[in-house]
Ligand binder design. Sequence first.
Ligand code: FES
Length: 105
Amino acid sequence: MEKPNKHILVCTSCRLNGVQKGACFSKNAVEIVDSFLTAIEDEGLSDEVMVSNTGCFNMCTQGPIAVVYPDNIWYGHVTPEVAERIVKEHILEGKVVDEFVIEED
Ligand code: FES
């Protein structure tokens, strides 16, 4: 795989010791990673889009969190259905899924 055009970072509350334990993990973040991967594969984007699980983004109350780079768009309250919408609408069509974007204070 070459460098991806888009990189989706999903908080699964992964800690430095590899243990996943925390807010996003408790809200099914691992299932959300799987939803992103499935949607990306279904859309034939596996060579262009990478998904990685991460540790805490320090926005736990708005979790699960997914961040799309290089766009620097932060999504909150992500569900498997929202993950599918992010792939279809944001990644494929270039339209940010506004209702789930985390606004800056
Ligand atoms: S555990 Fe996911 S943002 Fe904190």
